[in-house]
Design a protein around this ligand. Structure first.
Ligand code: FES
Length: 109
């Protein structure tokens, strides 16, 4: 699958990419660039569904892309309700599709 990222923006100019890293999404490893929004890495990898709503189990993904709508919430490193459009990628992150409100992983002693 061809992936796309904006590298030259008419207002922001040239976009600097971080170093290439790998992250895990629902058990599958994908490539990303450190510091880019998690949502950007997922969209570049062809992932469009980030969570499912609580009552109607409807799929949601990026909507506002500025941290206001919560449609992009996912479980990141065991923490639910993380807005992936404003959360930067770090190497080795483990990201899961969120269903409903999400449940945090058990705290390790
Ligand atoms: S897409 Fe709206 S908060 Fe992330």
């Amino acid at each position: 699958m061809e992936t796309y990222r904006i590298l030259q923006h008419p207002i922001l100019g040239e976009i600097q990419q971080g170093k290439p890293v790998e992250i895990e999404v629902d058990g599958k490893t994908i490539s990303a660039f450190e510091g880019e929004p998690i949502a950007a890495a997922l969209l570049a990898a062809g992932i469009r569904v980030f969570r499912y709503t609580t009552k109607r189990h409807e799929a949601r993904g990026v909507f506002c892309a500025i941290g206001r709508c919560t449609d992009c919430m996912m479980i990141v490193d065991g923490i639910p309700n993380v807005r992936t459009c404003i959360t930067p990628v770090k190497a080795g992150m483990k990201i899961q599709t969120q269903v409903g409100l999400g449940k945090p992983q058990e705290m390790q002693p």
